[in-house]
Structures are given as structure tokens and as C-alpha cells.
Design a protein around this ligand. Sequence first.
Ligand code: XMP
Length: 513
Amino acid sequence: RLLIIDFGSQVTQLIARRLRELNVYCEIHPYQKVDAAFIEAMGPKAVILSGGPDSVTREGSPRAPQALFDMGLPILGICYGQQAMMQQLGGRVESGHGTAEFGRAYVTPTQTRLDLLEGWFEADREQVWMSHGDHVSKIAPGFEVFGTSPNAPFAIIADPARHFYAVQFHPEVHHTPNGAKLYENFVRLAGFKGDWTMGAYREEAIARIREQVGDKKVICGLSGGVDSSVTAILLHEAIGDQLTCVFVDHGLLRKNEATEVVAMFRDNYNIQLIHADETELFLGELDGQSDPETKRKIIGKLFIDVFQKHADTIQDAEFLAQGTLYPDVIESVSFSGGPSVTIKSHHNVGGLPEKMGLKLVEPLRELFKDEVRALGRELGLPQSFIGRHPFPGPGLAIRCPGEITREKLDILREADAVYIDQIRKHGLYDEIWQAFVAILPVRTVGVMGDGRTYDFACALRAVTSVDGMTADYYPFTHEFLGETATRIINEVPGINRVTYDITSKPPGTIEWE
Ligand code: XMP
């Protein structure tokens, strides 16, 4: 195993991710927790010191345990990790005017070869991503320079005899295109075989859940999305019938969705599942409401009430399981109390554990979306669930601008089913981040056969995105759009006009409300 000492960088988890891609098992531990005894007990084969927001020139700033440098382990320091390493080994770090550097830079090699850089400088320079306020001004005894950039003369330094390596830039980020190579070289020279797998992760995650939960009971909110599905199945493997899932059906789901989710988890996986069909309650409270934020708030509040009502029927539950992913963790850390404005009040069960006096189980906290999908595959979850487009908590309510009526919801479900069928038939589903129909709150005049129609108009939406934060509309061919419009108008009574939404995000948002 490999130990990553975390000095608090926003991208520390990306280091872990690069290592998992190399099939190396690693653990991230905050620097406050790591002392010499901790390292000895863990027995890592190598150590990585992460970046971090502090300045090593500040008194009391984070350090690695000094004893680490006498343990004979290969060490790689990144950014703040490099600077801490230099300071601790007898070099010097400076901050202040002119030492900061953010963004793209190019590193060129020096004459001497270094095992860490094997196969890296294919071209005569490599693009890297810098993000630092301070810089190393004198390197520690035993170290040499192996790569420089115009603003970072000590971009890559090493003491090859001790296998100590340190870089000023971030090899783990996307903008250091060949950064993975450095990690590959580092783990190879540290003696890792690269035989760790998602199967092994599953076993470790199960062991951790068992240790945390013991013989207590766990409640899990199941939406049918990939995150909550994988969470539920993993927990079920770990603790069996100590788990009960609650599926809140607010009557705002897509066609056949409730049946599919219930069949999958109850029948296929034999998971104890409460199907809380609360359609009447939700649609009743939403009746006559047309303001987007009011609709969201009503749904969010009812969702929590309903969840709590059902959870209360489970005796002695002590834990609430959530499919929180790593990007959610980062966002909630970096934005908590920050100045960001609420564009939309996203509905989730935040605050629920405290309210109900439950402890949290979050087995996916260290994973990224694609890793969750890989874990889902490992757990035997069918591709139709794993590759699903995201579906928002408030469901079809936010795809039905203005007042929600049962009639509109029925039309929306049918139109959406035809649209998704078209996308699947043309083999486009996996290229698209999310696709859906929104029903517009206007009726328009049309002519079908020899008669006049006066029906709803709808908008098709399809976007590409990496994380939902920014998005671009999907460039369907006119042929596809024409064929889809014809099918919707022919097959869905109540719609006589189809439009295609070509707004990107920003300035638009993905959903219509
Ligand atoms: P927007 O519309 O804000 O959506 O561009 C970005 C992504 O988030 C989803 N979304 C939600 N997901 N609860 C959720 O769980 C919500 O309240 C919610 N609102 C939007 C949206 O479908 C898209 O994937």
C-alpha cells in the first residue's frame, strides 16, 4: 500500500484516483493524524506528500513527521509537499512578490536522466499545471535539478540515491497531460506490482461497512440513480437484512420508473424495500403552484417528511446511508459558508441525519462517478442502471414549467419515452450526458389530417457535460430531429409542436426550472 499525506489540496483525491488507475492501493490520511508510529503501523511501501493551501514559511504550518525521511521509503512531494520536503531537509522556501504561478507552464529537462522521468520528455518539453504561491529558492543537500520551467527553476528535483522526488506542479490534474506517467514510474520504482482491482476495493469497502455498522440497522434512501443504487447493493452485500431501503415515489417519475426500480431491488437483489407511493400527497400540495422555487421547496420538504415517516417505522435504526461522491464532498467543503449564490435550491436529504439522530454511512465518499460505475459493474448491476442519465430529485416537476397537472405529467412521460427510445435506437445515449423533454405551458394551433388541433408544445433537451456544472447542447442531425418530432406528434396525444433547445450552460441551466 501507498500512503498519501494530505496537506489539504483540492486535488489530493485525484492523486488517489491516478494510483487506482494504475491498480495500486493507497490511503489518504490528513497530516494531523500521521506521525512516525502511524507510518510504522501502516507499513506503506512509498509515501506521497500532497499539495496544500498553506505556506511553509508560516510558523506552525503543516509538516510531514521528520522521522519519515529516515525510514528508507521512496517519497514524492507535490507542490506544497515539495516545499515542506525542502524546508524539512535543509533547503529554503520563499513567498511574497513574484513567486506565485498559476496555470499552464512548460517544463524542459536537464541533461541528467532520472528514473521518475522515464518516457516522459518524449518531446523536448512537457506541459504541466502550476498552482503555487511560494517557491523553493534553495534545494536541500543531496538534491539535483532534473526539470525547469521559466518561473520554477526547481520544477523537478530529486535525490535519486534516497528515492526522494519532488515536483512544483500537479501531475495528477488533467492539464498535466502526461502526468500519469510520473505516477506510473514512481509506483514501479517503489516496487508496486499493480495488482489491486475494483474487486479488491469492493471487499475493503464491505469490511469497512461491517466494522462501522456492527449489528445495527441502516436506512438508505433509494432513488434508482446510479449512486444510491450502488450504495444500496454494497450495503446489502455487507450487512444483508440489517438494511432497509426507502424509495419515495412522488408521482413525478418517468414512465415505468417506479416499477423498474422496485423490481430490480426487491426481486433481483432481495433487498428490503419500502415503496412509499405518495403521489397523491405530492401532487395535492403542488396543485396550483407555478413558481419554480416554491415547487422545489414543497417537494424538498415533503420528501424529507415522507422519508422520515417511513424511516421511523424501522426499529432501532442507527445509520443513514448516502451515496455521497467525492466531488460532493469537495463542493460542500469548499463552498460551505462561501459567497456562492443559490441558483436553484437543489433538493437532497441534507440535514436529515442530525434531525433524525442518525449517523452517516457514505461508502462512495472517495470515488468519482466513473469509479462508482465500475464498482456497480463489479456488483453485477446491469448496464441499463449503470449508464443512466442523471435524473433530478424533484423529477418531472422541473420539466413542467408553470402549474403541474396530471394531464401534463402523462403527456410528458409519453413524449420522454419516445425521445429516449429514439436516442437509444440511434446509438447516441452514451454520448449524451442527459436528455429529456420539457412540456411548455402553452397550447399552439396545428393541423392534423383535416382538423384543427390546439395542443401543448414541448421542447427537447440534450446536453453534453462532464460534471453538470457546464454543458453544451448536443448537435443532433436535422434528420434525427425531424424523425423524432414526427414520432412524438404522431404517438403522443396532446402534443402538436416540437422544438429543440439549443441553449448551453451557462447562460442556461440544464433543467428548465
Ligand atoms: P441544472 O439544471 O442546475 O442541473 O443545470 C445540473 C444537474 O443537476 C441536476 N439537478 C438536480 N439533481 N436535485 C438533484 O438531485 C435537484 O434538485 C436538481 N436540480 C437539477 C440536473 O438534472 C443536472 O443533471
